[in-house]
Write a protein that binds this ligand. Structure first.
Ligand SMILES: [Zn+2]
Length: 342
């Protein structure tokens, strides 16, 4: 167990310390214990870099989750979403010395994958995942790699996403005799899964570096910059000021091009609920809030600006979420919880 906690901290720090990999409380990681009985996963609403021996992760009954997805009646429709969230609650283990938290909203697909899982909202992966040409390009870019790559269409997170991922990896395995290690999720992000700790990090790094080099994106987003003001913090990140120069910035614009769920959770919906959080004055953006929230807003906005710029600069066409997909996220109980953890 101790070893598994250390492995989880290792991959969480790896994925959580780079703004081009994860923004705000986005992304999640998991590790299965050697006997396959327990899944340790980042807690919902926490940042990856918060994961430490005594906080920000949850232990769940791996076998319970796995058998739910192996035996579920897919025709039960909407009821399955409720059944699966109840099942996740029932699978959450109470461990002495650890706070009672909720597992990541994406715990279902972690359970059906290999021992180590890194899920990020990497800006490089999202250039492919948020463009109509991304799937075909991915086939070309990763043709010679020794890891299998699959591309998942946009699916509402939770129950449906887990089932869709299960079927895509089973199909891949039937054709190729091995499991894919890389899964691109349309309008969402990247999942990398492997049987060893080093391999999962190496493959995640290689996937991102390969896209970064292919599109010549190096150095576009390495850190965010905020300057303290009497009211809060001023946005000073270059990719954001470049974006505003070219496109302007407003809540209408953000709503017009919804790229992925985390943009809604950590940007659009926060601003919708509390418009005074962000003051736009010409090309100046100021966050009237504390450093933690200003950082989340700035990181999410920087990633958004990055993806739109890279898609545009490379002659690709932007793929956005549909209004129904946006409505699902906005009405999802699990997301309301995730937003509420501060
Ligand atoms: Zn995600």
């Amino acid at each position: 167990m101790k070893l598994s906690i250390h492995s989880l901290i290792d991959i969480s720090t790896y994925a959580g310390c780079r703004v081009d990999y994860t923004q705000g409380g986005g992304g999640n990681t998991s590790v299965k214990t050697p006997d396959g009985k327990i899944l340790l996963i980042k807690a919902s609403g926490y940042k990856l870099k918060d994961v430490c021996p005594t906080n920000a992760f949850v232990c769940v009954d791996q076998q319970k989750i796995l058998s739910f997805y192996q035996n579920v009646n897919q025709n039960d429709g909407e009821n399955n979403e409720k059944l699966s969230s109840q099942m996740v609650k029932d699978s959450t283990l109470t461990i002495e010395g650890l706070p009672n938290l909720r597992p990541s909203v994406e715990v279902g697909f972690h359970a059906i994958l290999s021992k180590y899982v890194i899920h990020t909202h990497s800006v490089y992966a999202n250039v492919l995942a948020c463009s109509n040409e991304g799937e075909l390009l991915a086939q070309k870019i990763f043709e010679d790699k020794d890891y299998g790559v699959v591309f998942l269409p946009y699916i509402n997170p939770g129950f449906e996403l887990t089932l869709a991922m299960k079927s895509v990896i089973e199909n891949y395995q039937a054709k190729n005799g091995k499991l894919p290690e890389v899964i691109f999720m349309k309008n969402h992000g990247l999942v990398v899964t492997s049987d060893t700790l080093d391999r999962v990090k190496d493959v995640h790094t290689d996937v991102n570096l390969t896209i970064e080099k292919y599109f010549n994106l190096t150095g576009l987003l390495t850190e965010i910059n905020l300057k303290q003001t009497p009211n809060g913090y001023l946005s000073k990140t270059k990719i954001i000021s470049d974006f505003i120069k070219e496109n302007g910035l407003s809540l209408e614009l953000l709503n017009k091009y919804p790229l992925y769920p985390d943009q809604l959770v950590y940007l659009n919906n926060l601003l919708y609920a509390t418009p005074e959080l962000m003051k736009i004055d010409g090309r100046k953006v100021e966050y009237n809030t504390d450093l933690k929230q200003a950082t989340t807003l700035e990181e999410t906005l920087a990633a958004y600006a990055f993806v739109i710029k890279a898609v545009k600069d490379n002659g690709l066409t932007l793929s956005t979420m549909s209004q129904q997909e946006v409505a699902f996220i906005n009405g999802w109980e699990a997301e309301k919880y995730r937003r509420s953890v501060k």
